[in-house]
Design a protein around this ligand. Sequence first.
Ligand code: BG6
Length: 526
Amino acid sequence: MIMSEAEGAGHRELDGLTSITAQSGAGMESCLLDGTPPPCMVVIVGASGDLTSRKIIPALYNLYCNGGLPAPFFAVGCARTDWTTEIFRERMKEALKRAGLFETDRWEGFASLLYYHPVKYDDPASFESLAVRLSELDRELGTCGNKLFYLAIPPSLYPLTATMLGRVGLSAGGSEDGNWARIVVEKPFGRDLQTAIDLDRTLHRYFEEKQIFRIDHYLAKETVQNILMFRFANAIFEPVWNRRYIESVHILAAETLGVEHRSGYYEQAGVLRDMFQNHMMQLLSLTAMDPPSVFEADRVRDEKVRVYGTMRPFETDNLWDYLVLGQYEAGMVGGEKVPAYRQEKGVNFDSLIPTFASMKVFLDSWRWQGVPFYLTSGKRLARKQTEISISFKEVPHSLFRSTLGEHITANRLILGIYPDERITLTFQTKNPGARVCLRSVTMDFQYHQNYTGPVLDAYEKVLLDCMLGDQMLFWRQDGLERCWSFLTPILEECETCSGRSSMLQPYAAGSCGPEAVKKLQNDVLS
Ligand code: BG6
């Protein structure tokens, strides 16, 4: 592949090789950051936990190294653990070393931005003292009162913590002097419609919707963001992106990992809450939504919410015609023996929690009427693979019938999300020779082709957007509630129906999931 910016925007053939050029002559490196956030502080609540050392601090460190952090800036870790700033810095240094990111000459500068303040989540006095400390640091370092609270704590503590922050005035933002306060929460956002509404009410007691950032790390993946660019920055796909040309859509998020050390959470969640009520729904809406008139957070989210509103509710009487649930048994993954879900540490020996689900969803809209969307996700499958596969209809009339029979393999477009970060289009072409033979060939674009510069990982992107106040890649409450409205009756039926245990299909770890999926996906369209 040959890369040339001198050619201007576009795509041309060079010696039979595809050449890719950046739009409007902009160097691809310059796309890494989109402006510097205003001066601010990031307050990590739950700073002694895993999420902070594995994700948040490495992300802040990388942003620091790439010039993505504002100046002035500082981060304060808070948790119940009785650490000092020195201990916190030392622990974060070890975390960066474990992540292979540590560089001596960068560390001192980054470390000087880190502080620690212990808090007890149920103690108002401890939040008052936090408020005083933040205000002192703010005055000393000049962060203009802008605060981002990242709740890296169990979701059961969100309501209490948000309330405590609000009571001591730390949620105050959008004041006349223009400073802001924002709060970041990660899923799960409730465990059904009602608990999601309750959580939201509590958050809204002190924070407005524009101050709340609900993370879905899938949205921060480059390949996921690219779905909208691919669909709406190219004129050739939109005319065929509908029921007239598309036979079915398959959205897959397959994992090789098992439940790991998260059985406590997973036993309450299962795959439907863990993967469907968030990542799978986001992939669905990005694939199915109409183009918004402008690329702006609320316009994009309006279109997604519209998609959620078209999801046809499952008839709970025929639930199993639309849904397959599975649970992994012992097997081999990556050449290693792995235990059954029920043998994992912390899992009940007779657990009925699904680790796999495949569902057939229909969208009641003019664009998608009759097109099944198959959403499939599971743990301990044969390989890690996340992709959206669009199967087009066969040609309406085969003029090669006499030699090739009635069916010609239809076109397929695959938007690879991970680990294959690529887009492929499969089509038919003639085999060389006198006899009429066709073969399927593939046009292939690899996302990182010709790009060797730095990339932002999901947490870096999320933190950056929170500091910039851009909610494009975050859930809005109305979207969440629509998805919960769709999933809650399904969950209730799955969790209470009499044949519950017989409907949970076992599958061997390292396999492609339960056999029943084949039947679901071959069913005649309803
Ligand atoms: C998380 C789920 O949200 O996403 C995990 O809680 C899952 O169970 C993970 O493993 C998958 O994310 P990714 O980015 O590895 O596909």
